[in-house]
Ligand binder design. Structure first.
Ligand code: ADP
Ligand code: MG
Length: 400
């Protein structure tokens, strides 16, 4: 286990500057307004705990992919007023994280203030994990807190390098919660049946996960475009469906190894195109997608089957939508999986949703709070599940 802020005593917090790496990679509109504040809200418990202990937060984050130089489209400035509203603190903003102004502001912070520094990716050394930049970052705090779960798979200066020069280096509450929830899915003695629903676009993106869980889960329910690739690999016609041609061999070997544990849809919702009129949307047998049709969702029989397997699971993990859920005509499978996950949770199962689009689907369904955990880290969560660790986690202090 890694040390977290909860393991620090008052002498390690009181009056100290806590350099916190957060993930404020928020969507901005053209006028620079924050469109979705989920990522900012997710860090509030950590900031409150630090401030309650007397620490003064200095925040580092990236936003978007500026190319190692300042770019006003990716400024973190719009986050400052939002953070002030959510914390009740006075939020100071300094427009260069590597400036003397940033260092001065960190040293003169009061208990009522939080310091937010400009986008770390405006600095050329961030993504290259430059040791000079890492040493500079380290001088902005008296302890380091990683609460940027979505960035912990990146060996960047503000995530990994900084820990070379600053201790204690501990997990924030958000990171701790992610490690606990995702770690539980990797445990050998987890409650069974352990059911997984895998969907989304590409097998190749998820091969490490499929590989790891194929041996561990009791059933893997396949949906989304991924199902088309498996159906084709099993020798069935897939019409105009999205199929990953270069993953067919991979799919065949997964089918062989998975046996009965790998469950494919028995019926599918098809249409000639994703924007087809409602009366062109039909349900077909999964083994017979017509030549002029493409599959965009799992069908009603599959929904019923997957739903009953999910609601009787004692551990459930879901990654990847069951269909093109952005279109209402093809959202039923995805939203039903979300509802089945809620029923499982109500029966005492441990249920986790991970993946950018799956997380946004369950938020859209209004059910994110009704499952055990919705991971905030897309790529980071996938990599942690497959490998059991991440560069930004390895860099933190061990507990005890
Ligand atoms: P996550 O982000 O949860 O890991 P992915 O990124 O792998 O999920 O996949 C999500 C995308 O897959 C969505 O944009 C969705 O529209 C698409 N998708 C799902 N099923 C299909 C399908 N049958 N045909 C085409 N696209 C699909
Ligand atoms: Mg995605």
């Amino acid at each position: 286990m890694k040390r977290s802020i909860s393991d620090l005593g008052p002498e390690q917090l009181s009056g100290r500057r806590a350099l916190v790496r957060v993930d404020y990679n928020v969507p901005l509109d053209e006028s620079g307004t924050v469109q979705d504040d989920t990522r900012v809200r997710a860090t509030i418990p950590t900031l409150e705990a630090l401030r309650a202990g007397g620490a003064r937060p200095v925040l580092l984050s990236h936003l978007g992919r500026p190319k190692g130089k300042p770019d006003p489209r990716f400024s973190l400035r719009p986050v400052a007023p939002l953070l002030a509203k959510l914390t009740g603190a006075e939020v100071l903003f300094v427009d260069a994280a590597d400036s003397d102004a940033a260092a001065d502001a960190s040293r003169s912070l009061t208990d009522e203030q939080i310091l937010l520094l400009e986008n770390t990716r405006f600095l050329p050394g961030e993504t290259g994990n430059d040791p000079d930049l890492a040493r500079w970052f380290a001088a902005l705090g008296d302890l380091f807190v990683n609460d940027a779960f979505g960035s912990t798979h990146r060996a960047h200066a503000s995530v990994v390098g900084v820990t070379e020069f600053l201790r204690p280096a501990v997990a924030g509450l958000l990171v701790r919660r992610e490690l606990e929830a995702l770690g539980a899915l990797r445990a050998d003695d987890l409650p069974r049946p352990f059911v997984i629903a895998f969907g989304g676009a590409k097998i190749a993106d998820k091969i490490q996960l499929l590989d790891f869980f194929l041996e561990r889960a009791d059933s893997l329910l396949i949906g989304g475009a991924m199902a088309n690739t498996f159906l084709r690999a099993a020798g069935h016609p897939t019409g105009r469906s999205l199929v990953e041609e270069d993953a067919l061999d991979l799919a065949r070997s997964l089918l062989e190894r998975g046996g009965d544990r790998l469950v494919l849809p028995t019926d599918l919702v098809v249409a000639p195109a994703p924007d087809a009129a409602e009366d062109r949307v039909t349900v077909v047998d999964a083994t017979g997608i017509p030549d002029d049709q493409a599959a965009f969702d799992i069908g009603p029989a599959t929904i019923a089957d997957y739903g009953s397997r999910i609601e009787t699971a004692r551990t459930f993990f879901w990654n990847g939508p069951m269909g093109m859920f952005e279109q209402p005509a093809f959202a039923a499978g995805t939203f039903e999986v979300a509802r089945a996950a809620v029923r499982a949770t109500e029966s005492g199962a441990f249920t986790v949703v991970g993946g950018g689009d799956s997380a946004s689907a369950i938020h859209q369904a209004g059910l994110a709070r009704a499952v055990s955990h919705v991971s905030t880290g897309g790529g980071a969560a996938m990599e942690f599940l497959a490998r059991g660790s991440l560069p930004g986690i390895e860099a933190l202090d061990e507990a005890g």
